[in-house]
Ligand binder design. Structure first.
Ligand code: UD1
Ligand code: UDP
Length: 362
């Protein structure tokens, strides 16, 4: 039985890495194919997890659009699948790599295993285009690896047969536990110089398409307000390389005291930064899952989330992109810290469960 794993972006690499490692550990026949929808941010993650893909489609272009990514993945993956003829193909999450690869697999009648299946907002514009990418991938999938019971129930409600759904936990928690290291010291001099004991560090990540433009300006204005109002706050923002994000971030946040705009971080220091910080502001999917495991409060800079478990557990709050609301909520947390360590998304054994299931199916 041959398993193909296809991924292309930073979060997919982090979340597929534990499965690649588990397949390696069990010496099972597998082939790693990267689309490189992301280039530098993907390579950072391949390095940290020591993954050497057999195929690299190298599709990323500067300021690419969705038409380009979808068609490039479909065209470039075709000869690879024709040559490799895997028995099952694993994709992860909700990116355009995920959707286009699943479609290609379907055209070749190769069964798809979808890792992190069943998350939903039911709002096709939020997150855009990820909600539809994920729903369409469900339609193209045979084996649904749902991270939580909630995700499983969403799939059942859409008519997916129970026997094809496997609740595994989210592999991001496996990755996090592989990497977290409280003794790690930052190599970056800006980060190493920060006094995490006497300063309150806020970590920001923001890159979602639906936040481009005015919502992102509101978010950055809120960040400025928070830093101005609280002299002991340092804000660290590893800026996503998407040019739409970079421009707004540079226009609004550069040159401000105690605001550090830095390059996207490697996974090991980023996990350490989250582990040491006071508060996280994010529109990221993965960061929403990691924060509660590290016991960190998170404000989710989105209208809606397909990851409601942390909101329900009370460790994350959905605040959207409204400047006033972000400032007020963050300000409350700065005076009255909320955070308990909870693990709604997984226990670190998701990859084992996924590979167990694949072995049983084979
Ligand atoms: C993509 C995913 C999104 C995911 C995000 C993770 C889609 C539609 N979107 O969004 O779901 O949350 O990745 O970060 O699949 N770039 C670089 N270097 C890199 C990566 C990106 O320069 O390593 C720049 C390029 O100019 C590229 C642009 O960012 O064209 C956008 O990349 P793209 O993958 O299309 O979209 P993201 O916004 O990164
Ligand atoms: N991450 C990282 N370096 C950074 C910012 C984020 O390694 O500078 C990690 C983060 O810990 C999480 C993942 O990248 O595991 C999230 O990726 P992203 O926010 O790009 O995508 P999303 O999860 O929103 O699809």
């Amino acid at each position: 039985m041959k398993v193909a794993l296809v991924f292309g972006t930073r979060p997919e690499a982090i979340k597929m890495a534990p499965i690649v490692k588990e397949l390696e550990r069990r010496r099972l026949n597998h082939v790693v194919i990267v689309t490189a929808q992301h280039r530098e941010m993907l390579d950072q993650k391949l390095d940290v997890f020591d993954i050497h893909p057999q195929y690299d489609l190298d599709i990323m272009q500067h300021d690419q659009d969705l038409f380009y990514v979808t068609s490039a993945v479909l065209n470039e993956i075709k000869p690879v699948l024709l040559k490799e003829k895997p028995d099952v193909l694993l994709v992860q999450g909700d990116t355009t790599t995920t959707f286009a690869t699943s479609l290609a697999a379907y055209y070749f009648k190769i069964p798809v295993g979808h890792v992190e299946a069943g998350l939903r907002t039911w709002d096709k514009m939020n997150p855009y285009p990820e909600e539809l990418n994920r729903q369409l991938t469900t339609r193209l999938t045979e084996f649904h690896f749902a991270p939580t019971e909630w995700a499983k129930n969403n799939l059942i409600a859409e008519g997916i047969k129970k026997e094809n759904i496997f609740v595994t936990g989210n592999t991001v928690i496996d990755a996090l536990l592989m990497i977290v290291d409280p003794k790690y010291r930052f190599e970056d001099s800006t980060l190493d110089a920060i006094d995490f004991k006497n300063r309150r560090v806020i970590v920001l990540t923001s890159h979602r398409r639906e936040n481009f433009g005015e919502p992102m300006r509101e978010i950055f204005s809120a960040c400025r307000d928070l830093v101005e109002r609280n002299p002991d706050v340092e804000l660290i923002y590893p800026v996503h390389p998407n040019p739409n994000v970079r421009k707004t971030a540079n226009d609004m946040l550069s040159g401000i005291q105690r605001v550090h705009l830095i390059e996207p971080m490697e996974y090991r220091p980023f996990v350490q930064l989250m582990n040491k910080c006071y508060l996280i502001l994010t529109d990221s999917g993965g960061v929403q899952e990691e924060a509660p495991s590290l016991g960190k409060p998170a404000l989710v800079l989105r209208k809606t989330t397909e990851r409601p478990e942390a909101i329900e557990a009370g460790t994350a709050k959905l605040v959207g992109s409204d400047r006033k609301r972000i400032v007020e909520t963050a300000q409350r947390l700065l005076s009255d810290k909320m955070a308990t360590r909870v693990n709604p998304y997984g226990d670190g054994k998701a990859a084992q469960r996924i590979v167990d299931t694949i072995q049983q199916l084979g």
